[in-house]
Design a protein around this ligand. Structure first.
Ligand code: E4P
Length: 336
């Protein structure tokens, strides 16, 4: 009892602090930050100051979209001038790292930089590229503790994650559409995984499915299932919901370790003052009836079989890689 006393005092102090905080929370974005680390999902670093995210994520599509704006053209020009004698792949990496460095001037936490998606089925090339990205950041004075290397959740990508994490390089495993991908990433020791929401919803909508509430959204349900699995089996891997189409999807996952959200949805959350509607949906301590499965066996054959059984995950992973490859080629074309 005596040993528990300070803990109880701490509990009452925290409860009192929370109720005071609730009164002063100005909007739904700040309310969300009470439960979840908010991450900016954009290459447009000038738009992120207003939302004060902890971390930021980029991907090839977001970088290409940012480069379409004239204000970012200077980054490409600088890289072309400074690296005229280098290969296009070195220049492309330098552009991604330049965006990352600018983002890190604004946020206090980590930036995610994606490995060239053309390497998604080559473990050794992925490891080499991840090391080259970390080295390029180091040349600019950025320690690896501020960088997450984003790697697609293919079998080959996951083998690379296992090796990189052993080397002390933190990975964000992306394009996660199924529990088997999440389980295999956690088994590989991934620092963080990005289960996608919106792209799963898109697939089911295209197949004719409908649902009334965000809680019934198959993309939201996928993240909840993955979160419950990782917490129940006590993996250290952080879960970051990604690929959002609406604020309702974001709010339905309040409490997830991290959520990466585009600036337009961050703005909508910031404009919402109904913070009392924002309740914690995910909690590591709470049980999730019907959501927790036994620990999965993530051998190569079982991983591949489970993926093959899941048409949505198979199609969305393949499409996701194709789209990132296409945007990688667009970046190359700007650098020749
Ligand atoms: C972030 O890490 C993801 O790449 C991003 O959320 C994908 O979002 P999208 O499905 O809107 O492209």
């Amino acid at each position: 009892m005596i040993r528990g006393f300070p803990v109880m005092l701490d509990f009452f102090a925290q409860t009192a602090m929370r109720s005071t905080n609730t009164e002063s929370i100005p909007n739904a974005l700040e309310a969300l930050k009470q439960f979840t680390t908010v991450v900016a999902d954009t290459g447009n670093f000038e738009s992120m100051r207003a939302y004060q995210p902890q971390d930021a994520t980029t991907n090839p599509t977001l970088i290409i979209r940012a480069l379409e704006q004239p204000r970012y053209a200077g980054i490409v020009d600088q890289v072309k001038a400074a690296m005229a004698a280098k290969k296009v792949s070195d220049r492309a990496r330098a552009v991604l790292v330049s965006f990352g460095c600018e983002i890190l001037k604004i946020i206090p936490g980590r930036v995610s930089t994606e490995v060239d998606a053309r390497l998604s089925f080559d473990t050794q090339a992925t490891i080499a590229e991840a090391n080259a990205i970390i080295a390029a950041y180091a040349e600019r004075g950025i320690p690896k503790s501020r960088v997450l290397i984003k790697i697609a959740a293919t079998w080959e990508g996951l083998r690379a994650v296992r090796e990189l994490e052993k080397q002390g390089i933190a990975c964000n495993v992306t394009l996660i559409f199924s529990l088997i991908q999440a389980a295999a990433a956690a088994d590989a020791g991934a620092t963080l995984i990005s289960p996608f929401v919106g792209r799963i919803s898109d697939w089911h909508k295209k197949a004719g499915a409908q649902w009334a509430t965000a809680g019934e959204d198959p993309g939201v349900q996928s993240v909840k299932r993955i979160y419950a699995y990782l917490k129940h089996h006590r993996f250290h891997t952080e879960v970051m919901g990604a690929s959002f189409r609406s604020v309702e999807q974001v709010m339905a996952l309040a409490g997830c370790d991290l959520l990466t959200v585009s600036p337009d949805l961050l703005e909508q959350l910031r404009a919402m003052d109904q913070e009392s509607l924002l309740e914690r949906a995910l909690d590591p301590a709470a049980s999730a009836p019907g959501q927790v499965t036994a620990q999965l066996n993530t051998t190569e054959s079982l991983f591949r079989f489970a993926m093959n059984e899941d048409a949505m995950a198979t199609e969305k992973l393949a499409e996701g890689i194709r789209l990132f490859v296409a945007d990688g080629r667009k970046l190359d074309a700007r650098l020749v």
